[in-house]
Design a protein around this ligand. Structure first.
Ligand SMILES: O=C(O)C(=O)C[C@]1(C(=O)O)C=C[C@@H](O)C=C1
Length: 303
């Protein structure tokens, strides 16, 4: 049997690769793509079975491009999630000192997650955004005055040195990645499950919706459908519809399976109040285990 083909935001050494390995384990064909858009396109066109892209970070919030693509690409669904701790380092060629750094390169999320460090230690440096932390490391190979922000793995992989360790604004730094697949058809409601207490422990359902009419209290009414059924929401995020100023899409993640009658009932009501309504996916929950940040792991190793 051929190994499954999975894609992720690369090149090799990104946090996304780490997340993909945690989720899929070994023994698969792993293909790196240079942009999130390319990962999504390849899943959509069927050249890979699943793709892994970043969705949100505990310090910086959403990766807007990923949110937008989930709505734009109608045949893409979320089939899994994986959360990993993120530990950033300042990286450069051997012998590079902080005072000599002219440019700092990284993914916008990584730059934002280390904003305090940059402000305090690198006020002289020009900031350059790249498609990923590993793409930044490729550039550092060609220029001695250039530093990169990323994992210690990329330093190792690209033969670079770590100048400063653990430079994120807060030690508790996690990114949630989603696994995307090609949708096989419309989501349907059924009553396969009937114990919300069980499904809420195991599953998450993600939806996106926009109220059909813009009237006072409409969002309150929509969210009330979940509150009335004691359905726990784990996230709500708004993004412009990109059609009209002041009109928003609401991304909602909730605990429970959409086949659970309680969840299905709430979703039906919310759909009735919505213009656009899409179930983005229903998948197993990943949990952050206490003491699972990279820094904690390093401390344990040293002890
Ligand atoms: O550039 C990488 O290494 C990525 O995997 C992307 C990404 C992101 O988009 O959030 C992933 C984790 C970190 O939050 C920083 C960057």
């Amino acid at each position: 049997m051929c190994p499954a083909r999975y894609g992720y935001l690369g090149p090799g050494g990104t946090f996304c690769e780490k997340a993909a390995l945690k989720y899929f384990g070994g023994g698969h064909e792993m293909i790196s793509f240079r942009t999130i858009k390319e990962v999504v396109r390849n899943v959509k066109e069927g050249s890979i079975e699943k793709g892994v892209i970043p969705l949100e970070n505990s310090l910086e919030g959403s990766v807007n491009l990923s949110l937008d693509l989930l709505v734009k690409e109608s045949n893409i669904i979320i089939t899994g999630e994986v959360i990993i701790p993120i530990n950033h380092n300042l990286i450069g060629q051997k012998g590079l000192e902080v005072g000599n750094i002219k440019k700092v390169l990284s993914h916008p999320q990584a730059i934002a997650q280390t904003a305090d460090f940059i402000e305090e230690n690198l006020p002289q440096a020009e900031i350059i955004y790249t498609e990923s932390t590993a793409a930044a490391a490729e550039c550092a190979l060609k220029n001695r005055e250039l530093a990169v922000i990323g994992s210690d793995q990329i330093a190792h992989l690209y033969g670079l040195s770590v100048i400063a360790e653990g430079i994120q604004d807060d030690d508790e730094n996690y990114t949630r990645f989603i696994i995307i697949s090609r949708s096989k058809g419309k989501f349907f409601y059924s009553t396969g499950y009937n114990n919300y207490q069980d499904t809420k422990k195991m599953y998450k359902t993600s939806i996106v919706c926009t109220p059909e009419v813009n009237k006072p209290g409409v969002l309150y009414e929509m969210l009330g459908e979940f509150a009335a059924r004691k359905i726990n929401l784990t996230r709500i995020e708004s993004r412009p519809t990109r059609k009209k100023l002041g009109e928003y899409l609401f991304y909602i993640d909730l605990e429970g399976h959409y086949h659970d009658p309680l969840v299905a009932g709430a979703l039906k009501e919310v759909r009735n109040m919505s213009g656009l309504f899409k179930i983005l996916g229903c998948y197993f929950k990943d949990n952050i285990k206490e003491g699972s940040s990279e820094k904690d792991a390093k401390c344990k190793k040293r002890a």
